[in-house]
Design a protein around this ligand. Structure first.
Ligand code: NAD
Length: 431
């Protein structure tokens, strides 16, 4: 793992180039994709201390201790949007825990995982320990049904995740599945306006909105809604172009189908009565990119919860804005949304932030003033309600638990001279 983390550091640009080429996100953003995965490798370097079991003298002559043991063959099924980070959520911890792993990268951008596999081999990961398989539904079905595979980590959309969770679980495997999201950013009028608007703009439109932690929904509380025109001004200034261009803020969407779907959801917002404050459809891009799947920053205001643009995860650079009068109403709105992946609150009031922390039912909470609060790998990436199936989270202590079986061992150290001469038939109750 130490060698692997060094090799990833040395090859960050190469990995990031592959991501920008295949996935489309900007080159600096692609480096962030690699770096956030690298942190999990660094954490896996420290596995012996996390691996330690527990021990207790449960009676004067009896000890109980636990050991963690690997499961055997594990598998990972990955989405397109973080071609390095998500595989790195999976294989370093699984193989450091003593398992082998079969990774299926997204068929839409498998290049970064292929480079990571080469680096793992160079770092000394033995042949057969880390394996990459390609494909889509047939490959997934093979993973769900194969009797040797004991556990599946999945990250991706609701439909695929629910299917894989059901099929893998029915075959007796452990399955952890992180699914879709609709992340709300709450803006209170006492927030630092400049900070809040900049953070919100970055978190809504960065990576062209193709992040599971994108802040794709804004909830303005009270007078904060007066900041909407300024938000639109900042969004309008973002540059839409190819990901290798030095001034690029947003690259293209992953496919023509994704572009069409996002444009359709923008139109559905308009048709259902939302106000199109900023229309990013058909943005101006350099001639050489004219066939790209570009959508620019788009803002829909006066959005209501029955609208399709609110109900669906858009997964594009589209920010939907709602307004409420109080923080309690904002919390109620968020907790009623089917998803519970991430959220953030912008305020200068510590007590409001704490109240939000306590009452919000979402896995990753940016409280306070923190967009995209993806936890560092000594913690775990969690999720609540519709954003997760299974109950053991990715990386951190929880991730290690997912990839290991705990064995509990009890020993009776009764000396011969005090041992009973009769067989005991009752349930043992040691003192
Ligand atoms: P996707 O579900 O289309 O693909 C994910 C994986 O599932 C791929 O490897 C794909 O080959 C496979 N797959 C796709 N359809 C399948 C089917 N019908 N049957 C079996 N397997 C299938 O997801 P995506 O579009 O690549 O990724 C975007 C989604 O991932 C978004 O919804 C996003 O929110 C989510 N995501 C969630 C998290 C999280 O931690 N909650 C992180 C990143 C992305």
């Amino acid at each position: 793992m130490l060698d692997l983390q060094l090799l990833i550091r040395q090859n960050t640009d190469k990995l990031a180039r592959s991501i920008t080429e295949e996935q489309g996100k900007t080159f600096p953003d692609a480096k962030g994709d690699v770096f956030r995965g690298l942190q999990v490798v660094e954490n896996a370097c420290n596995i012996p201390s996390s691996f330690m079991g527990e021990q207790l003298e449960v009676a004067t002559d009896m000890d109980t201790f636990t050991v963690r043991q690997p499961l055997g063959v594990t598998a990972g099924i990955c989405p397109f949007n973080f071609p390095a980070m998500i595989p790195l959520w999976m294989f370093p911890l699984s193989i450091a825990a003593g398992n082998t792993m079969i990774i299926k990268p997204s068929e839409r951008d498998p290049g970064a995982m292929m480079l990571l596999a080469e680096l793992a081999a160079e770092a000394g990961v033995p042949k057969g320990v880390l394996n990459v398989v390609h494909g889509s539904v047939d490959t997934v079905n093979f993973i769900c049904d194969n009797e040797h595979i004991k556990a599946i980590s999945f990250v991706g959309s609701d439909a695929a995740g629910k299917y894989i969770h059901a099929r893998g679980s029915a075959n007796g495997k452990r399955v952890q599945a992180n699914l879709g999201a609709k992340n709300h950013g709450v803006i209170l009028p006492d927030a630092n306006k400049n900070h809040a608007l900049n953070q919100l703009t970055g978190a809504a439109f960065g990576a062209a909105g193709q992040r599971c932690m994108a802040l794709s929904t804004t909830v303005f509380v009270g007078e904060a809604q007066e900041w909407l025109p300024e938000l639109a001004e900042r969004a309008k200034k973002l540059k839409v172009t190819g990901g290798f261009e030095p001034d690029a803020d947003l690259g293209p969407l992953i496919s023509p189908q994704a572009k069409e779907r996002v444009e359709g959801l923008i139109q559905s917002g308009v048709d259902q009565g939302a106000e199109l404050v900023l229309d990013g459809r058909n943005p101006t891009v350099p001639e050489k990119y004219k066939n790209g799947n570009f959508v620019g920053p788009t803002i829909l205001a006066n959005v209501k919860t029955h609208m399709e643009c609110y109900k669906q995860e858009i997964f594009g650079p589209v920010l939907v804005c709602l307004s409420v009068d109080t923080l309690d109403e904002a919390i109620e709105l968020i907790n009623k949304n089917p998803y519970g992946n991430g959220t953030a609150i912008f305020t200068n009031s510590g007590s409001n932030a704490r109240y939000f922390n306590q009452n919000i039912d979402v896995g990753q909470v940016g409280a306070v003033n923190t967009p995209i609060p993806v936890p560092l790998p000594m913690f775990s990436f969690t999720g609540s309600r519709g954003s997760i199936q299974g109950d053991v989270y990715f990386y951190g202590k929880s991730g290690l638990q997912f990839y290991t079986q705990t064995k509990t061992i009890t020993s009776l150290w009764r000396r011969e001279d005090v041992a009973s001469s009769r067989a005991a038939v009752n349930m043992p109750t040691m003192r």
